[in-house]
Ligand binder design. Structure first.
Ligand code: SF4
Length: 220
C-alpha cells in the first residue's frame, strides 16, 4: 500500500498549544474541503509515493522528534495507508485534521495520541456550516488529547463564536483562536483579535489566541 504524499520534513510546530516542539511532518495530498483561505500545496500532481515501510524508516531516523504530525490536505483521506502504517509507528502520532471525516477517524483512533481538529467557520471558509460533522468528530477524538483550532477573520459572527465555545465546552477541550494570515501578515488588527478573545471568554473559559508562529519564525 502506498500513499500520495506531498512532502516529509522535520520542523517546528507552529500552531496551537504544542507550538515549538520539533516534529516530523508528513503532508498528505488531497482534501475533502476547499477553504477560501487555504494556502497549502497538497496537489497530487506534485506527490511522491511512499510505502508504509519507507515512512517507518523515516520515523525511526527522527526519534528526537516530539511526535509525527500527519497533516495535509486531509490525512484521514489516506485511511487505508494509515491502517497499515500506524500500528507499526514508534513515534507518538499527532493528527492535524479538518475535523469532518469522523468515520475514518474511528478506524484509527486507537493509534493516535494527539488530535488537532479544526472548527470551520462559514464566514472564513466560504463553505457550508459543519457543526454536525465537528460534533461527531469531537465525540470520537475526545478519547485522546484533543484541542480545537479555529481560523477567523473580520467576518466572524457572534453566532459562530457562541457555537464554537459551546462545542468545546461540551467536550471540555481547549479552543485555540487562530487569526487568518494573508500574504504572511495578520488579516485582523490587534484590537480586533483581543476583542474576539475577550468575547469568547464570556462564553467559555478555556480559550487561547495563538497565531501561526512558524510564519514569524520563517520556518516551513
Ligand atoms: S481543510 Fe485545510 S487543507 Fe483542506 S482546503 Fe481547508 S485549509 Fe486547505
Amino acid at each position: 500500500m502506498e500513499a500520495d504524499i506531498r512532502e516529509v520534513f522535520s520542523s517546528i510546530q507552529g500552531e496551537g498549544p504544542y507550538v515549538g516542539y520539533k516534529q516530523l511532518f508528513v503532508r498528505f495530498c488531497g482534501c475533502n474541503l476547499k477553504c477560501k483561505y487555504c494556502d497549502t500545496d497538497f496537489d497530487t500532481a506534485h506527490a511522491s509515493k511512499y510505502s508504509a515501510s519507507g515512512l517507518l524508516k523515516l520515523a525511526e531516523m527522527n526519534q528526537d522528534c516530539h511526535s509525527i504530525s500527519l497533516t495535509g490536505g486531509e490525512p484521514l483521506l489516506s485511511i487505508k495507508f494509515l491502517k497499515e502504517f500506524l500500528p507499526k509507528c514508534k513515534l507518538p502520532v499527532y493528527l492535524e485534521t479538518n475535523g469532518t471525516l469522523y468515520k475514518n477517524l474511528a478506524e484509527i483512533i486507537d493509534y493516535i495520541s494527539y488530535v488537532s481538529a479544526d472548527i470551520k467557520l462559514p464566514s472564513c471558509t466560504g463553505l457550508r456550516q459543519m457543526w454536525d460533522l465537528h460534533d461527531k468528530f469531537f465525540k470520537i477524538a475526545s478519547q485522546k488529547i484533543l484541542f480545537a483550532k479555529m481560523v477567523f477573520n473580520n467576518s466572524i459572527t457572534e453566532d459562530e463564536l457562541i457555537k464554537a465555545c459551546n462545542l468545546c465546552k461540551k467536550y471540555s477541550i481547549e479552543l485555540v483562536l487562530q487569526p487568518e494570515m494573508v500574504d504572511n501578515k495578520l488579516s485582523v488588527s490587534s484590537e480586533f483579535m483581543e476583542a474576539i478573545l475577550n468575547n469568547a471568554l464570556k462564553y467559555y473559559h478555556n480559550v487561547r489566541l495563538i497565531p501561526q508562529v512558524h510564519k514569524f519564525l520563517n520556518v516551513q
